[in-house]
Design a binder for this molecule. Structure first.
Ligand SMILES: Cc1ncc(COP(=O)(O)O)c(C=O)c1O
Length: 352
């Protein structure tokens, strides 16, 4: 069996034991609180992990792009939620084809999206569930008020081939409480208007651990929980030792005692810091942080007694694991130093 030492760099390593423990921990939490788990595959983009998540108890998966959903459907994933406004003839045709082969649901936050869906999905015998996306404070997509949510839900139910599927939100990290209040109000107002709302879908790894039994949320979509990253560690979700994804990299230069250069730059680590200082940190090298990036070079600043040598191979915990997954053709599944399997990142680069 090959070992990590046999791999060329830069390369993504996934610690299988850690990823499996992260899946089990989230599923146990969901089970304890009567929540349906619908993991977002944006983090790993691999049918391998999507199947493991479903086998562990998830009701289905979440994809952000039709292309991702197509890859997952091809791999046998049977229940897919696409919380995205799908617009335009080409995408609507692909969505229709997907609806023929998997249990599908989508979101909408406007009449423009709804018109396209209603014109495409016309079979009352096989209606597409459409959830209303609600902006509960994050300031991305979503209707802005309960009355808008009710108006849209009514329009959905008027159409022949689509059906009101509930409410969906993606709250900003740390603001799940606000989302909860917003959604509780909306559910009550919908009920008063004669509209049953059985599914309320929320997401976000950092706040998952606060979602509980007394919540109106029925379904949770965590994504990063499977790998974790520096951002999640900063949010208190776990420690660096829980992070399953690392980028194996080689020290290619050591121009000064406190500065080393890696062969992993922005093409390997991405420049997405999610607001953190620095771009990553080195596993097992205390005080070593990636403080600068150019395309093919990562600048490591060493502090205290930390020292590296040219040719040494290090493992970087990135700030945001999901975007890193999208940058590599393949990942290596590892157990300790052993490389168990190398998998193509099947759903990477699916923009549409
Ligand atoms: C709509 C939606 N749901 C769920 C998630 C998962 O969030 P996290 O990776 O924090 O678990 C995301 C992340 O971007 C998202 O956009």
């Amino acid at each position: 069996m090959p070992s990590i030492d046999d791999l060329d760099t830069p390369a993504i390593l996934i610690d299988v034991g850690r990823a499996e423990a992260n899946i089990a921990r989230a599923q146990a939490h969901a089970d304890r609180h009567g929540l349906k788990l619908r993991p977002h595959i944006k983090t790993h983009k691999l049918p391998y992990w999507a199947k493991k998540q479903v086998a562990a108890g998830a009701v289905g998966i979440t994809c952000q792009k039709i292309g991702e959903a197509e890859v997952m459907a091809d791999a046998g994933l049977a229940d897919i939620f696409l919380p995205y406004n799908i617009l335009g003839k080409a995408k609507l045709e692909r969505l229709k084809a997907l609806h023929r082969r998997v249990t599908l649901s989508v979101t909408s936050d406007s009449m423009a999206t709804l018109d396209g869906l209603a014109a495409t999905f016309t079979d009352p015998g096989h209606r597409l569930p459409v959830l209303v996306e609600c902006d509960t404070g994050a300031g991305r997509c979503g209707v802005q008020s309960t009355s808008e949510a009710i108006a849209l839900a009514k329009e959905i139910d008027k159409a022949r081939g689509i059906v009101f599927g509930g409410l969906m939100t993606y709250p900003a990290a740390g603001r799940a409480g606000e989302a909860e209040a917003w959604l509780a109000d909306a559910r009550q107002a919908l009920a008063a208007s004669g509209l049953a709302c059985e599914r309320i879908s929320s997401g976000g790894t950092p706040d998952m651990w606060r979602s509980g039994e007394d919540s109106v949320v029925t379904e949770y979509r965590p994504g990063t929980y499977i790998y974790l990253d520096r951002y999640q560690v900063a949010k208190g979700v776990g420690s660096l030792d829980d992070c399953a994804l690392t980028v194996l990299s080689t020290v290619v230069s050591h121009p000064t005692p406190t500065r080393a250069i890696l062969d992993a730059g922005s093409k390997a680590l991405s420049s997405d810091t999610l607001g953190l200082a620095d771009f990553g940190e080195l596993l097992g090298v205390l005080g070593a942080r990636v403080t600068g990036l150019s395309e093919e070079h990562g600048n490591v600043t060493l502090s205290g007694d930390a020292r590296l040598r040219i040719g040494e191979r290090v493992r970087v915990v990135p700030d945001h694991a999901c975007v890193v997954s999208n940058l590599f053709d393949e990942v290596h599944l590892i157990d300790g130093e052993k490389v168990l399997e190398t998998l193509p990142v099947a759903a990477r680069g699916r923009m549409g």
